[in-house]
Design a binder for this molecule. Structure first.
Ligand code: NAD
Length: 356
């Protein structure tokens, strides 16, 4: 959900009128009745026909984009790398589209960072999914007839989501090991009480992100990771590279060598999967190992995911709303850096390069 009642009040405080699609908040437990003084429209298309700024969670359908007024703004997680047709349609319709995936990762933009807020939700959820599907306790348990050892959890990819998965698995009492190609994550992993798996492969890229590994680096990484994978009770993978398919880190052979009853949660399932054999939105048994590819993970915790997302959107756009009117500032590096399309053009150099 792109707005929640408190955030609606903030927009109204800036002099804006809020138009909401009827029932849009119901799946996130925000019924229409909790939004006072907003105008309701019957469909997303009708919202777009009235709005100067359109907020969305995922990219709108073609007919919805077609209903956005030329010159209007569209803001949301627009999956800019995935569709050249959509980018073209937005540009042709003269829509100024901001894709929050493109937000520069600088300190000033942290309060607008939807990838981080939704990543934190996803990491937390993946740890819970792993615990829920494991046939073992996560914490150490002492009972009348003995002691049960804590489960071993391995987290691969220690960005925002991975660190939250580590913290959550630790809170439930698991012993956690973790690995990332960015060397600076070692300290972050250790500060959460987990052990860093050292593969000797380091691949820091630009903008704080990882770069793609060479074939030689991939082989070295696989060799060193295989042992940790074989020994864990639950594997959670969250590795990603912006604009690219998720790196394939865990081979079918590595899954086949996991312990009977082990659980794999592949957070990257929707962008191709870190694990060979993952199917997005499905649970697949590979021998006696359960491989889960959860889809649209933030929707599993919609209240807080919506609250965080709505605040991210507000923090991005509110500096450019003055007395109920829009006043964009193209000298603002956060705003300019997040722009996908404007004035009939695909503006983002990185996306242009990927989409061709
Ligand atoms: P992401 O979702 O793009 O990737 C997840 C993790 O996967 C990353 O840590 C990446 O290094 C790792 N990864 C990629 N390829 C891998 C491989 N082959 N093997 C193992 N791990 C691999 O990352 P993210 O969570 O969006 O964050 C990326 C960076 O941005 C981090 O440095 C984070 O601290 C930084 N960040 C900065 C800000 C800010 O200052 N505003 C906000 C959020 C995140």
């Amino acid at each position: 959900m792109s707005v929640v009642p408190d955030v609606v009040k903030k927009y109204q405080g800036l002099g804006a009128r809020v138009v909401l699609q009827k029932g849009a908040g119901v799946p996130a437990h925000f019924p229409d009745s909790v939004f006072p003084e907003v105008t309701f429209a019957d469909s997303a298309v009708e919202v777009c026909e009235q709005a100067d700024v359109v907020f969305c969670v995922q990219p709108p359908a073609d007919d919805t984009i077609a209903a956005i007024k030329p010159g209007s703004l569209l803001l949301g997680l627009l999956q800019p790398w995935t569709s050249v047709e959509r980018a073209r349609q937005l540009a042709e319709r003269q829509i100024t589209a901001f894709a929050l995936e493109l937000l520069p990762r600088i300190s000033r933009a942290q309060s607008m960072d939807a990838l981080s807020s939704q990543g934190a939700v996803a990491g937390y959820e993946c740890a819970l999914i792993a615990a829920d599907h494991s046939p073992k306790f996560f914490p150490m348990l002492t009972y009348a007839a003995g002691t049960i050892r804590p489960a071993k959890v391995l987290v691969i990819g220690c960005g925002v989501a991975g660190l939250q998965a580590i913290a959550t698995a630790r809170r439930i009492g698991a012993m956690v090991e973790a690995y990332d190609v960015r060397p600076e994550t070692r300290e972050q992993v250790e500060s959460l009480g987990a052990k860093f798996v050292d593969t000797g492969v380091s691949a820091a890229g630009t903008g704080g992100y990882a770069r793609e590994l060479t074939d030689e680096e991939k082989a070295k990484q696989a060799e060193r990771l295989a042992k940790a994978v074989a020994q864990c009770d639950a594997l959670i993978t969250t590795a990603a590279i912006p604009g690219k398919r998720a790196p394939r880190i865990i081979t079918a052979d590595m899954v086949a060598r996991m312990k009977p009853g082990a659980v794999v949660v592949d957070m990257a399932a929707e962008s191709g999967g870190n694990v060979e054999g993952t199917v997005a939105g499905e649970k697949v048994w590979v021998g006696d190992v359960l491989v889960i590819g959860p889809a649209n993970i933030p929707s599993r915790m919609p209240v807080h995911a919506s609250e965080m997302y709505a605040k991210n959107l507000f923090n991005f756009i509110s500096p450019f709303i003055k007395d109920g009117a829009l006043a964009l500032d193209w000298d603002d590096e956060v705003m300019a850096g997040t722009c996908l399309t404007h004035a009939g053009e695909l503006r983002h150099a990185g996306v242009k390069q990927v989409l061709g």
